[in-house]
Design a protein around this ligand. Structure first.
Ligand code: GLA
Ligand code: GLA
Length: 680
């Protein structure tokens, strides 16, 4: 288990470094990510280099037995570069330039930036590839974090090149983008632009391709640095730190190029769905490289500096969040950062070693946690059998479904996390994958809001049902092809046959209002006024078993041509039409379709039924409210995120104490790792 933090010694005089190393040992630090923002120190002028300080820091760390995750330092170019080479600078959609004075102000498409970054990385790699302290490489930092899109001349040129590679000719581009609409037809490549500022709705296929392009630009920067490091003979794992469900970066397409997944996670202490949302993020990261551990590359020891208000974590929360990561596959825990900065934008950001020193709760918690993690025996690798449920989450669909001009406005991530929440509450382990990665190791696959469905994804989902899996799709799924065009012949062109369902229309409902959400969570119902069938923000569904459920967002008008109707809309614009259907296949596989977004109670009911049909068991049955469990091979992690004590029974031995776990009361934020006798 690796333990450590970002270490930025260039912010401190050299005499502090010795204290740093000593304290690191006290806190059981094994590894630090070194020099992430040190470019202007390493290359103070265009023609001068200074690695002596880095040699000395690495030397001190090595002597103390602390490994180095060496950064390539390319995330914040020095000011001299913007002055000498303004073509490295990023530009916003209004044509305004991003200047130095913060970080990440460079265009990832700029050939000059890439040349200068390559020069720096070559020097670093040649100098340190064989250094015994270097255990890993940290390429750049959070690609795209502050710059989800970018419109410099370099980006415009690169975008055209990217499109030429994808489509070949302008005629193919016109076809793919549907440019017959609104007189957008292109005559030659020079006319093609990124989606620049425009008076009204921009071409959705162009927007989608620009997302793809930006994600690929960051990946290209990564690949260039990775290749230089390898060419210098480095054998250590190479990675770049991700940010969970970060919309601009299609991590599912990056993952195959990254040796070990590393993730930065900053849960908002005020988020009422924090445990669910962080669990989702950990599972998403684990699912990027199934069967291998990942590293939590950054978390905060306490408050951050960048929210409107930056509240502290609760006592014990840091350890509980750490246990959640470990339980869901992490083999290393790191913080931003080691020592709190004295100056700069992040001086109020917490650190392992706070400004107020070692008397602080933060230091005590973080150093004690280091000791606990060091005492853990080696944990099993995450295993295929750990998670039998696949929840489909797809970046290209995310980009496409959130384009404007749709029947309603959808927050894809939030909606998918609602589905995830119903599984998480029940203690069911979930893989979070694109549709192509749903396979026969899964028994249940859930694909909500899969608006853009690639041919290969549809084929994988169909195969899954035909080989005996249980699939639940919908609503607003299988609408467009990879270029955001309707498939001819109507909706559900690809999954319709397997589902036995046709889709006449979406019948969007008014967005659930804040009041309606509060009411749903609490007591009475409210209906928004008016007597139009769509005037309410929800609809009711009658299940064939006599119970009534609720849905929001859509009340789709479905034809159940070749499917059993499990629920019918009772109210709303599709009253009396099918709401929930199922087609049972000869293979024993089942294909369900739901024509609305079930509310939390309805989701729980639907998930319960799906789990039964697919014979998927939770890690532990009947969890008390607020208690989370996760499985990693034969290790069960249990955490009480709730505000009161809760009792849980798990047959097995606690890893940290060697004691029988049995039935145990867990205080708020308390957790345990249990080597369990139960198998999946
Ligand atoms: C990100 C960055 C770090 C730091 C932290 C602060 O994760 O990678 O450099 O800015 O945020 O929370
Ligand atoms: C306006 C425009 C049309 C069309 C409609 C859509 O009336 O003139 O071209 O865009 O809006 O509602």
């Amino acid at each position: 288990m690796l333990y450590g933090a970002d270490y930025n010694p260039e912010q401190w005089p050299e005499h502090v470094w010795d204290e740093d190393v000593e304290r690191m040992r006290e806190a059981s630090v094994t590894t630090v990510s070194l020099g992430i923002f040190s470019w202007s120190r390493l290359q103070p002028t265009p023609t001068t280099w200074d690695f002596d300080w880095l040699d000395r820091v690495i030397g001190k760390l090595h002597e103390a037995g602390i490994g180095v995750n060496l950064a390539t330092a390319t995330a914040s170019p020095p000011p001299w570069m913007s002055v000498e080479h303004p073509d490295v600078l990023a530009v916003d959609e209004n044509g305004a330039t991003y200047w130095h004075g913060s970080r990440q102000h460079y265009s990832p498409a700029s050939p000059t930036y890439r040349r200068l970054a390559a020069q720096l990385v070559t020097k670093l790699a040649e100098r340190y590839a064989h250094h015994p302290a270097v255990v890993m490489w940290h390429v750049n930092n959070e690609y795209g974090c502050h710059l989800p899109s970018e419109y410099s001349d370099a980006a415009q040129t690169a975008f055209r090149g990217w499109l030429q590679k994808r489509y070949g000719g302008v005629a193919e581009l016109n076809e793919a983008w549907g440019t017959a609409f609104w007189s957008q037809r292109y005559g030659q490549w020079e006319e093609v632009m990124p989606p620049l500022k425009a008076p009204y709705s921009r071409n959705p296929a162009q927007l989608l391709d620009y997302h793809r392009f930006m994600s690929d630009m960051w990946l290209e920067c990564y690949l260039a640095e990775r290749d230089i490091i390898r060419a210098a003979g480095a054998t250590q794992p190479i990675s770049t730190n991700m940010m969970g469900a970060f919309k601009p970066g299609n991590y599912q397409s990056w993952a195959p190029h990254i040796d070990v997944i590393t993730d930065d996670c900053y849960p908002d202490p005020l988020d009422p769905q924090r445990p669910r949302n962080t669990a989702f993020q950990r599972d998403l990261m684990r699912s990027l490289k199934p069967g291998t551990p990942w590293l939590l590359m950054e978390q905060a020891t306490d408050a951050v500096n960048w929210r409107r208000t930056n509240v502290s974590k609760q006592e014990g929360q840091l350890a509980a969040e750490t246990a959640q990561s470990v339980g869901r596959g992490a083999d290393g825990i790191f913080y931003f950062q080691w020592r709190q900065s004295r100056a700069g934008a992040e001086k109020f950001h917490s650190a392992m070693l706070p400004h107020a020193g070692t008397r602080t709760r933060t230091w005590q918690e973080a150093s004690a946690l280091g000791g606990q993690l060091a005492a853990l025996p080696e944990l099993p690798q995450p295993k295929d059998e750990d998670a039998r449920v696949a929840l489909v989450f797809d970046w290209e669909n995310w980009w496409a479904i959130e384009n404007p001009d749709h029947p309603t406005t959808l927050d894809y991530l939030s909606l998918v996390r609602e589905w995830y929440g119903a599984l998480h509450r029940r203690g069911v382990m979930v893989d979070i994958v694109p549709p192509e990665q749903v396979s026969d190791r899964h028994h249940l696959a859930i694909a909500p809001f899969l608006y853009l469905l690639r041919d290969e994804g549809a084929a994988a989902l169909t195969r899954f049902v035909e080989s005996g899996g249980v699939l639940c799709a919908g609503p607003f799924s299988d609408i467009v092809d990879a270029n955001d065009r309707f498939r001819l012949g109507g909706f559900l062109q690809q999954l319709g046959p397997v589902l036995g369902v046709g889709l006449e229309d979406f019948r969007a409902l008014p967005l659930p209002s804040a009041t309606a959400i509060a009411e749903r969570a609490g007591t009475a119902e409210i209906e928004s006024g008016g007597d139009h069938p769509s005037s309410s923000d929800h609809v009711e569904l009658d299940l064939t078993d006599g119970s009534t459920l609720r849905g929001t967002h859509f009340a789709e008008a479905l034809w159940a041509d070749d499917a059993e109707v499990l629920a019918t809309f009772r109210t709303g614009p599709s009253a009396t039409r099918p709401a929930l259907t199922r087609r049972v296949h000869e293979s024993g596989g089942q294909a369900w379709y739901v024509g609305t977004m079930p509310d939390p109670a309805a989701l729980d009911a639907v998930i319960g039924r799906l789990l039964r049909e697919a014979s998927v068991a939770p890690v532990i049955e009947n969890l008390p409210e607020g208690v989370e469990v996760a499985r990693r091979g034969d290790v069960v992690t249990v955490i009480n995120h709730g505000p009161t004590a809760a009792t849980v029974s798990i047959p097995g031995t606690e890893l940290l104490t060697g004691e029988e776990f049995g039935s145990r009361e867990l205080a708020p934020q308390e957790f345990a790792f249990v080597k369990s006798a139960i198998t999946s």
